[in-house]
Design a binder for this molecule. Structure first.
Ligand SMILES: [Ca+2]
Ligand SMILES: [Ca+2]
Length: 291
């Protein structure tokens, strides 16, 4: 997963940035941080070792020596190594690390303040210029192109080291990859991107669907909650000042979730056409989830 996101963020929209990899890992930790427990592993396995807690919580043994998740204290968080570790909260406060932000949020659980606190973006809080309408219109153009290039990069990596894509995903991307009509990756003008979208519309459908499915995993229900969108949004906000506004407006019915339909609509992908699209592409093909 780390590797996936590493390549994922190398597209033309943003450059290579170690923050982005870390953001993803921090947002969805696979397990609690492993401390070097040395020799006593086999004699005395720590019940907390494979016990997963959500962000801001940590595993502690209760009175019955059973593992349970409790709010982490911000003071227990490992200090930041460098400025890349800082994050800006939606309270416009710079936190030393995302651990500190989520610990703070956890300790505010049940309060309005805690409910409202989210990780806004990576890096210290800074002035994000307002996104004007003309810029907002260009955002999906560049993002679509970037998603397509990300998938093509994954495809190339997968050809060398299989595992980046499922066979079904490969099958879909191959069609784009093999097309002689496709626009090569590069720093294109919005005019050219718009032209190419009209000309090669079909090549953009799958990348947009694929990205949605990549994000829609906690849970996989065809809706993106704020936290599911975060791995994409958080590293992008400080570099692309239209990110927040774009995703806010993407949630057309303002239910705080971006549905599959809302997502495709804001990327200019036609919806349904009598639901043909859904019939043709089973969701599992996109997501690689086989349930
Ligand atoms: Ca979801
Ligand atoms: Ca919505």
């Amino acid at each position: 997963n780390i590797a996936l996101f590493f390549i994922f963020f190398q597209g033309p929209l943003v450059g290579v940035n170690p923050v982005q990899i870390r953001a993803t890992v921090d947002l969805y930790p696979r397990s609690r941080p492993s401390y070097d427990t040395g020799a006593h592993i086999s004699e005395n396995p720590d019940p907390c070792d494979n016990f997963r807690c959500k962000r801001g919580k940590t595993c502690k043994l209760n009175e019955k020596d059973k593992p349970s998740c409790v709010c982490q204290q911000a003071t227990e968080c490992p200090p930041s190594v460098n400025d890349f570790d800082h994050v800006c909260g939606t309270d416009n406060r710079t936190y030393d690390t995302s651990c500190e932000l989520f610990a703070t949020k956890c300790n505010l659980e049940g309060t309005k303040k805690g409910h409202r606190l989210h990780l806004d973006y990576t890096g210290s809080c800074k002035l994000i210029p307002q996104c004007v309408d003309t810029e907002l219109v260009q955002f999906p153009l560049r993002m679509r192109d970037w998603l397509k290039n990300v998938l093509l990069q994954l495809y190339e990596h997968d050809s060398v080291t299989p595992g980046f894509l499922t066979p079904k995903q490969r099958f879909r991307v191959k069609k784009i990859f093999d097309s002689e009509r496709r626009l090569q990756a590069g720093d294109h003008s919005v005019e050219l991107l718009a032209q190419d979208f009209e000309k090669n519309y079909n090549m953009y459908i799958y990348p947009v669907h694929w990205q949605f499915a990549q994000l829609d995993q906690h849970p996989s229900d065809r809706y993106l909650a704020h936290s599911e969108l975060a791995p994409l949004r958080v590293p992008l906000v400080p570099m692309e000042h239209c990110t927040s506004r774009f995703f806010q407006e993407c949630d057309a019915d303002k239910d705080k979730q971006v549905s599959f339909k809302e997502w495709t609509t804001c990327f200019g992908i036609k919806n349904g056409e009598k639901k043909k699209m859904h019939c043709r592409i089973p969701y599992s093909w996109i997501s690689g989830n086989h349930k």
